[in-house]
Design a protein around this ligand. Structure first.
Ligand code: NAP
Length: 298
C-alpha cells in the first residue's frame, strides 16, 4: 500500500464541486427553458456564531448553483407558536421548494415539534419523522444531508461497499443512525454488514479494528487512534472541531474525530478535515432541494 498520503485522500471538496457543477448545469437548462429556479430557504433563530456560519455557507452554495435562497431570521426570544407559524408560512409558499431549520433552537422551543411541523415534501434536511420512516423502508425520500453526502462520497471515490463490514461510530439521529440504515440496505452503494457503536459499547477498539469502512461521528477530537483501525481500511471522519493553534494566523484550526496524522498511513482511503465530509453535507442539501423542486413541479 502506498504511504503517500495524498493518494489516499478522499477529496470531498473536489467531489462536492463536481456535483455542484452538475446541479448548476441543470439549473441553467431550466433557465434556458424559461422556468423558475429552485428555491432553498432557511430559518435561523438567534445569534449563535456557528449557526450563522452554517446558514451563510448554505446561502453561498445555493447561489453558486443558481438557486434562489432566502434566510428568515428571528430573535432568540421568538415563541414556539410564532416559529410554528413561520414554518407554516414556508410550507404554504409555492415559490419555496425546500427549507431547513438551523439547529439547535433555543431551549424554550420544542425542537421535535418544529421538525414535525415541516411539510415532508419540503423537508430537504430529511429530519421529519415521515421522511425518516420512508428512509428506513427504502422509499424515495429526502435522505439526511450528512449520511447522504457520505454515501455519494463513497460512490464517487469508488469505494466498494457490497459485503464490506462497516462500523459506524456514533448513533445520533442526524448522522450515525441514518448512516447505518442506509449502508445496510439492499440498494446501490450499500449492502454493507453494519455494526453501530456508541458510548455503552464494550471493547470498542476490537470492533473498530474489524471495519473495512469506519465512519466516525462521535464528536470528540482525535478520538480514533491508529491502533483502532485495520490496515487498509477506509476511514470517513465526520467530526468538526475548532482547536486552539497559535501557529496559525487565525489562532485555531479545524480537526476531526480521527487522529489523522497517525491513522492515515494505515488506511487505503481517508477523508481530511476540513475538506472531506463537510462540503458534501451542503451539496446533499442542494441535491435534495433539486429533488423537491422536480417533485413539486411535476
Ligand atoms: P452527537 O449527537 O454528539 O452523537 C455522538 C455519538 O457518539 C453518540 O451516539 C454517542 O453515544 C457516541 N459517543 C460519544 N462518546 C463515545 C465514546 N467514548 N465511545 C463510543 N461512542 C461515543 O454527534 P453528531 O451530531 O452525530 O456529530 C458528531 C460529530 O460530527 C460532531 O463533531 C459534529 O460537529 C460533526 N458533524 C459534522 C457534520 C459535517 O457536515 N461534517 C455534520 C453533522 C455533525 P451515545 O448515543 O451513547 O451518547
Amino acid at each position: 500500500m502506498s504511504n503517500n498520503i495524498s493518494t489516499k485522500l478522499i477529496d470531498g471538496k473536489k467531489i462536492a464541486a463536481e456535483i455542484k457543477n452538475e446541479i448548476a448545469a441543470e439549473v441553467r437548462q431550466m433557465e434556458a427553458e424559461g422556468k423558475r429556479c429552485p428555491h432553498l430557504a432557511a430559518i435561523l433563530v438567534g445569534d449563535d456564531g456557528a449557526s450563522k456560519t452554517y446558514v451563510a455557507s448554505k446561502e453561498k452554495a445555493s447561489s453558486e448553483v443558481g438557486f434562489t435562497s432566502s434566510v428568515y431570521r428571528y430573535p432568540e426570544t421568538i415563541s414556539e407558536k410564532e416559529l410554528l407559524e413561520a414554518v407554516d408560512f414556508l410550507n404554504n409558499d409555492p415559490e419555496i421548494d425546500g427549507f431547513i431549520i438551523q439547529l439547535p433552537l433555543p431551549k424554550h422551543i420544542n425542537e421535535s415539534k418544529v421538525i414535525e411541523a415541516v411539510s415532508p415534501s419540503k423537508d430537504v434536511d430529511g429530519f421529519n419523522p415521515v421522511n425518516v420512516g420512508k428512509m428506513i423502508l427504502g422509499f424515495s425520500t429526502f435522505l439526511p444531508a450528512t449520511p447522504f453526502g457520505i454515501q455519494m462520497l463513497l460512490e464517487r471515490a469508488n469505494i466498494e461497499t457490497v459485503g464490506k463490514h462497516c462500523v459506524v461510530l456514533g448513533r445520533s439521529n442526524i448522522v450515525g443512525t441514518p448512516m447505518a440504515n442506509m449502508l445496510s440496505r439492499n440498494a446501490a452503494n450499500a449492502n454493507c454488514t453494519v455494526t453501530v457503536c456508541h458510548s455503552k459499547t464494550q471493547n470498542l477498539a476490537e470492533i473498530t479494528r474489524q471495519a473495512d469502512i469506519l465512519i466516525v461521528a462521535i464528536g470528540k477530537p482525535f478520538f480514533v487512534k491508529a491502533d483502532m483501525v485495520k490496515e487498509g481500511a477506509t476511514v470517513i471522519d465526520v467530526g468538526i472541531h475548532r482547536i486552539e493553534d497559535k501557529t496559525t494566523e487565525k489562532g485555531y484550526r479545524i480537526v476531526g474525530d480521527v487522529d489523522f496524522d497517525n491513522v492515515a498511513p494505515k488506511c487505503s482511503h481517508i477523508t481530511p478535515v476540513p475538506g472531506g465530509v463537510g462540503p458534501m453535507t451542503i451539496v446533499s442539501l442542494l441535491a435534495n432541494t433539486l429533488k423537491a423542486y422536480r417533485e413539486n413541479n411535476k
